[in-house]
Design a protein around this ligand. Structure first.
Ligand SMILES: Cc1cc2nc3c(=O)[nH]c(=O)nc-3n(C[C@H](O)[C@H](O)[C@H](O)COP(=O)(O)O)c2cc1C
Length: 329
């Protein structure tokens, strides 16, 4: 067993968190991850309103008696969702662990901490990690350049970002972005992380509630199959490279650039959701990370987490053998 500050704080067996995932973080996945010894997270904004979140929290509780949490992502939006309502309902339902992500999480963090909850805040820079630490979060989850979704605009890979976190942070941190196996977990622990957060790898499991075609597409893909959209709009997002995302990039590269209105229809969230429902990988934009290159199968969450745990233990024990006592002269 690998015991870290994360396993002890959350009461889990394996130091692996399943990050919030829009349209994917529905009860079967977080329940399976938690049952397998990791931390599963329901994605609040996948639900249309706070009462629907209440229902899925109850469903998840029926499916697992292990700890699970809720992700609440603050999005740049003209008509913001009812964040306070989602947060209140989750707390009313007895959820004790939250992953927050996005800008200006201060009010939400304060609310969760005032109700005695554990908060993991996901961010992409050391500056934001330190400000989350000051706001009183328990753990920061640091998304490197490799990650699916929003890597920020600074393009710092996990190797440097995690070592910088070790230099700067007092609270535990977990590594996110590009992790899919025990080698990744062992490497992140070596970089001082208390565990890892995975998104894309969990999309491609038996219990992930997306169409089988998309899981098979992930297995058939490589690390060259993602692209960045919204680079020129300062809201970079790493997504699967398909006809639609390549069209968005082409529009962004036009002389004079692009405004959001120019790509709005192409990037509509509803089209991305339909990709996962009907299994057509070219129907819309869908999020995926460089870790695509490491994914070769569709295991159950139990198989995946036991394998990651076993591989990481073997690697850590193997590395200890590299250290030899100096021969005495
Ligand atoms: C399909 C998908 C949807 C995602 N949606 C969200 C989201 O709504 N909120 C969030 O904080 N992160 C979201 N993420 C990011 C993940 O939580 C996680 O940080 C990221 O996937 C880590 O990189 P990896 O995919 O290389 O493991 C999403 C990732 C994927 C693959």
């Amino acid at each position: 067993m690998i015991t870290t500050a994360l396993t002890e704080l959350l009461g889990i067996r394996v130091p692996v968190v399943q990050g919030g995932m829009q349209w994917v973080g529905k009860p079967p996945l977080p329940a399976a991850v938690s049952n397998a010894g990791g931390l599963g997270l329901i994605t609040a904004l996948t639900q249309p309103n706070p009462e629907a979140l209440r229902t899925v929290i109850r469903e998840t509780r029926v499916a697992t008696d292990k700890p699970f949490g809720v992700n609440l992502t603050i999005l740049p939006s003209i008509n913001p969702p009812d964040y306070e309502g989602f947060a209140r309902v989750a707390v009313e339902e007895g959820v004790k662990i939250f992953e927050t992500a996005g800008n200006n999480p201060g009010k939400l963090i304060e609310f969760f901490k005032s109700h005695g909850c554990i908060v993991i805040h996901k961010c992409t820079t050391i500056r934001h990690a330190k400000s989350a630490e000051r706001l009183g979060v328990d753990v920061v989850s640091i998304d490197g350049f490799e990650c699916a979704g929003h890597p920020g605009e600074e393009d710092i890979g996990g190797l440097v970002l995690l070592a910088r976190a070790a230099q700067e942070l007092k609270i535990p941190y977990i590594a996110s972005g590009g992790i899919g196996d025990g080698r990744g977990l062992a490497a992140c622990l070596a970089l001082g992380a208390a565990g890892v957060n995975m998104g894309t790898r969990f999309m491609c499991t038996v219990e992930s509630p997306i169409h089988q075609n998309i899981k098979e597409k992930i297995v058939a893909s490589t690390e060259y199959d993602t692209t960045h959209i919204f680079r020129t709009l300062n809201n970079t997002s790493r997504v699967f490279k398909n006809a639609v995302s390549q069209q968005v990039v082409a529009i962004e590269r036009r002389p004079g650039g692009a405004k959001f209105e120019d790509v709005r229809d192409l990037v509509a969230g509803a089209r991305g959701r339909i990709v996962f429902e009907n299994g057509d990988p070219d129907y819309g934009i869908w999020t995926a990370g460089l870790v695509l290159g490491l994914i070769k199968d569709i295991p159950t969450c139990e198989e995946l987490l036991s394998r990651i745990e076993r591989e990481a233990e073997e690697i850590i024990q193997g590395m200890a053998k590299l250290v030899k006592a100096k021969a005495k002269l």
